[in-house]
Design a protein around this ligand. Structure first.
Ligand SMILES: Nc1nc2c(ncn2[C@@H]2O[C@H](COP(=O)(O)OP(=O)(O)OP(=O)(O)O)[C@@H](O)[C@H]2O)c(=O)[nH]1
Length: 467
């Protein structure tokens, strides 16, 4: 019995020891385990949120550039406007034409990109309303959005001077450089009885003024015959004779009207050609002003894609009087496609006339003529060309005649614009060019000012030479 009790006590003691030992070892292993488990749990919950943050960061990062791109699309033309310090109503459409200009004419006809050039801003706003978010249309409809922007900041539009009587205003400039011819002629002819040598001097004066050999001979022969019949004239008679003879040579009967009025249900199409530097772009810009002054609605086409700055130059001219320009920003873009788009825009916008500026220089002359023929051909797929004006620099005188012939062979020239008549005493070129090409001088450039282009008035011209 005593043994049994001792055995039970020993067993109880052992059990209690083991339990105590177990508790002691549990504290030493369990406690250090838990915190790391908690530490592990913490990073686990932290990591997803860090990833989230990263994702959010990535989203923010991705969104920023895309909105930057959208913004720059809008901002770019505005910057243009600022740099040009002229309103660019047509800038967005121009941006579109960049894409179209490279395409074939057939493709362009589908694009209709230039068409929005002159679309009313409210139409543009209507387009935008179809878009779900305000930023989206900027990306998807940059043209429409820009036009809405422009509507908010209407450009300052200049009021060009009326074309009526311009030649009268500019006569002083013509007279300054050309009255020397008149003075020399009147001085020589007033000598009384003229010897052959005197008549030769008269001829020299006329030839020096670029009247050309045939017109010079004709004029001298007529004057000699008149003197022979009517005797030596008084100073006043002499003035009247010369005026009448010169006017006959300039030919007031020629039709100098410019095709700038709608033909049936389409706009007139007017193309401007000529050697580089003669003043083509300037002439198109000045002509746009003349037309605006006459309450006409022109559209400009910048088909001189060879000279990079020509399109900007033309656009600036147009913007000053609120006239849209269809252009390409890509140097060397297909000029025929730009011209085609311009005619389409003119048609869509019910313009009165589409004025197309062309290049005057290419890598070679053959290339240039081929290109002009192509522009003509492509435009004619859509509309006849009603007027083709050849721009000639009067200061180059007879040297320009050879080029004039080449151009008139390539495209059907219907009229001449003589520029820089303010800077030359070679006004006789008016007669020469009309005779050589068989087309009238329709406009004359008499200065670099925006309104220094005048409809050619034969009588005012002869007056300026003789007075
Ligand atoms: N004095 C004077 N200068 C003119 C007249 N017409 C144009 N000019 C000037 O001639 C220069 C050339 O004119 P542009 O219009 O650029 O010539 P362009 O033929 O278009 O030249 P490209 O684009 O190179 O083919 C400019 O400086 C014009 O201001 C004019 O009637 N009188």
């Amino acid at each position: 019995m005593i043994l049994t009790v001792i055995t039970l006590l020993v067993l109880l003691g052992l059990t209690a020891g083991v339990t105590l030992l177990r508790r002691g070892s549990g504290r030493s292993t369990g406690a250090p385990t838990l915190p790391p488990a908690q530490q592990t749990a913490e990073p686990t919950t932290t990591l997803p949120s860090a990833k989230d943050a990263q994702r959010r960061g990535a989203n923010t990062y991705q969104a920023a550039p895309s909105s930057t791109i959208d913004f720059s699309k809008v901002a770019e033309p505005e910057q243009h406007a600022a740099v040009e310090s002229a309103p660019t109503e047509s800038a967005p459409a121009d941006a579109d034409a960049v894409i179209d200009a490279d395409a074939d004419a057939d493709v362009d006809s589908e694009s209709g990109a230039p068409a929005p050039v002159a679309q009313a801003p409210d139409q543009a706003v209507t387009d935008d309303t179809a878009q779900p978010a305000p930023e989206q249309p900027v990306t998807e409809q940059p043209v429409a959005d820009l036009r809405a922007d422009q509507a908010a900041q209407p450009p300052t539009i200049e009021k060009p001077e009326s074309a009526i009587g311009r030649m009268g205003r500019l006569r002083g400039r013509l007279a300054r450089s050309n009255s020397a011819i008149g003075k020399a002629l009147l001085g020589l002819l007033a000598k009384g009885e003229l010897s052959d040598a005197d008549w030769e001097e008269v001829e020299d004066v006329l030839l020096g003024a670029d009247l050309g050999a045939s017109a010079t001979t004709e004029l001298v022969d007529r004057l000699r015959a008149r003197v022979a019949v009517e005797g030596t004239p008084t100073a006043e008679q002499l003035h009247d004779w010369l005026h009448a003879e010169l006017l006959t040579l300039v030919d007031p009967s020629m039709d100098r009207r410019i095709a700038a009025t709608r033909v049936g249900d389409r706009p007139a199409v007017l193309m401007v050609v000529g050697v580089n530097g003669t003043g083509k772009t300037t002439t198109v810009g000045k002509l746009a002003r003349v037309l605006v002054a006459q309450d006409k609605k022109p559209v400009l086409g910048a088909a001189d894609t060879f000279r990079a700055a020509a399109a900007d130059q033309l656009q600036t001219w147009g913007a000053r009087v609120g006239v849209p320009t269809v252009r390409s920003d890509k140097e060397g873009a297909d000029p025929a496609a730009v011209a085609f788009d311009a005619v389409k825009a003119g048609s869509d916008q019910h313009a009165d006339v589409v004025l197309i500026d062309t290049a005057g220089r290419l890598h070679n002359k053959v290339g240039l003529m081929d290109e002009l023929r192509k522009v003509k051909r492509v435009v004619e797929k859509q509309s006849p060309i009603d007027e083709c004006l050849l721009v000639l620099d009067a200061t180059t005188g007879q040297n320009g005649m050879q080029q004039a012939r080449i151009f008139s062979e390539a495209v059907e020239v219907t009229g001449v614009v003589l520029t820089k008549l303010d800077g030359t005493a070679k006004g006789g070129i008016v007669v020469l060019v009309q005779r050589e090409l068989g087309v009238p001088v329709k406009l004359v450039g008499l200065g670099e000012g925006p309104d220094d282009l005048a409809p050619f008035d034969p009588s005012a011209f002869v007056d300026a030479v003789l007075n």
